[in-house]
Design a protein around this ligand. Structure first.
Ligand SMILES: Nc1ncnc2c1ncn2[C@@H]1O[C@H](COP(=O)(O)OP(=O)(O)O)[C@@H](O)[C@H]1O
Ligand SMILES: [Mg+2]
Length: 145
């Protein structure tokens, strides 16, 4: 059994504030981090992914890889894998997706719609985003204890 402990609770009042927060959060990440991003459509999973990528030095386009499942961003520092599992069936097989492969690459793996996973075994962080109102987001970060 893997336990997660709350690391940070934060409220942001704009997309930019979330981006800046995520950029700074990225700098706390070790190689091999696997981050699950929970939140409904439009909560800000991709905004946070974009901020994390920027914080790691990747300044190119970051969009939800909805149709391809995974995007790999060429990054001079460490590899970044961005997954969106929205289109996978519930309880999808981790091995089929290859998440264990990404997790072993000593980069940073970002997972949108992690509810589709059947196990939280490989996760190092969970970020839950909830919509408070149009411009306000509640962000809660927990990490593997
Ligand atoms: N405080 C905020 N933080 C992040 N995004 C916000 C915030 N306020 C409004 N937004 C908007 O919410 C949307 C989030 O979209 P996106 O990151 O694609 O969501 P998801 O990937 O969770 O479906 C964007 O249109 C963004 O401009
Ligand atoms: Mg998205």
């Amino acid at each position: 059994m893997k336990d997660f402990i709350t690391q940070e609770i934060r409220e942001t009042r704009s997309e930019t504030e979330t981006l800046v927060w995520a950029e700074n959060f990225a700098k706390t990440l070790a190689q091999g981090s696997v981050i699950a991003l929970f939140g409904t459509l439009g909560a800000g999973k991709t905004v946070i992914s974009r901020g994390i990528c920027r914080g790691l030095g990747f300044t190119g386009q970051v969009n939800s890889p909805t149709y391809t499942i995974v995007h790999e961003y060429p990054n001079p520092s460490i590899p970044i894998f961005h997954l969106d599992l929205y289109r996978l069936p519930p309880h999808a097989d981790l091995e089929e997706i290859g998440i264990d492969y990404y997790a072993s690459q000593k980069g940073v793996t970002l997972i949108e719609w992690p509810e589709r996973l059947d196990s939280e075994e490989l996760l190092t962080h969970k970020i839950s985003i909830t919509i408070a109102d149009d411009e306000t987001r509640h962000i809660e970060v927990s990490r593997k204890a």
